[in-house]
Design a protein around this ligand. Sequence first.
Ligand SMILES: Nc1ncnc2c1ncn2[C@@H]1O[C@H](COP(=O)(O)OP(=O)(O)OP(=O)(O)O)[C@@H](O)[C@H]1O
Ligand SMILES: [Mg+2]
Length: 273
Amino acid sequence: VHHVIAVAAGKGGVLKTTLACHLAVAATARHCRVLLIDIDPQGNTALDLGYRGDGGRSLASALVGDDAPEPIVDVRPGLDVVAGGRELDAAIVSLTRNARDDSALARAIGRLGRSDDLIVIDCPARELVLRRAALTAAGFVVVPSASDLASCHGLADLAATITEVRGAGNPDLDVLAVVAGPIPANATEIRGRVLADLGRFIRDPSLVSPATIRSSQRTAQACRARGLTSEEVATVDPSPAARRLADDWRRVTADLLDRHAHATGVDDGAGGR
Ligand SMILES: Nc1ncnc2c1ncn2[C@@H]1O[C@H](COP(=O)(O)OP(=O)(O)OP(=O)(O)O)[C@@H](O)[C@H]1O
Ligand SMILES: [Mg+2]
């Protein structure tokens, strides 16, 4: 499971999906085969990456039965996606009934019969059975978070789930990093305080990525509206705002991929090639 990274948080709207999509696309520059699994009934990766999914039908049927999920191939060169969406609601009902079976996604990934170099999972904020299934299938979790009180409560809640999942059969699950954002641009002092607060709260400042995402709602919405990453928008339609947001995401994803390479011992020394 070391090649599986779940993006999870204890709170909604903290850039989980945006991070999962940027990480998956960035990973294609370092890895041959990358798979993004959207296990959220909102299915928002379809918006962010501009693909047409199956509403989560194949993933839902894989979670409750013996099918293999059917990825949508070549959403980007080297990136396939298992789509999420409302069809996952039925799987939630069934998984909730079979409480304590947290390994449904791990088994579904096994049935894919693929040899992906990296799998990124975009977790839902609220559907806890799906989040547990994702964390049970993962080797690492990346946690986007703000540093306000509600976000810290969310972090504590997620930490409790991670402890449970470790105890229930995935002892190697590790936090890869906490990523802060969105942070007002040019607010160096706020940024420093957010990073320090997060480090103190999780009692390990080294887990907080020094790379952060600036607050840039208009640019972010323009990216989602076009189904493009910030880097892709900055390439086709260069504006200073798009460039700056793309640079933030490049630094964050490079830090996460470096940490993952280091943690799994396949450190290529590229440092964000
Ligand atoms: N850099 C940014 N600055 C401000 N807002 C942003 C930024 N990036 C993304 N957003 C906006 O924040 C909102 C939440 O982003 P996203 O969907 O990635 O969060 P999420 O944690 O996946 O949410 P959910 O819990 O609903 O799954 C979106 O409307 C998105 O457009
Ligand atoms: Mg999301």
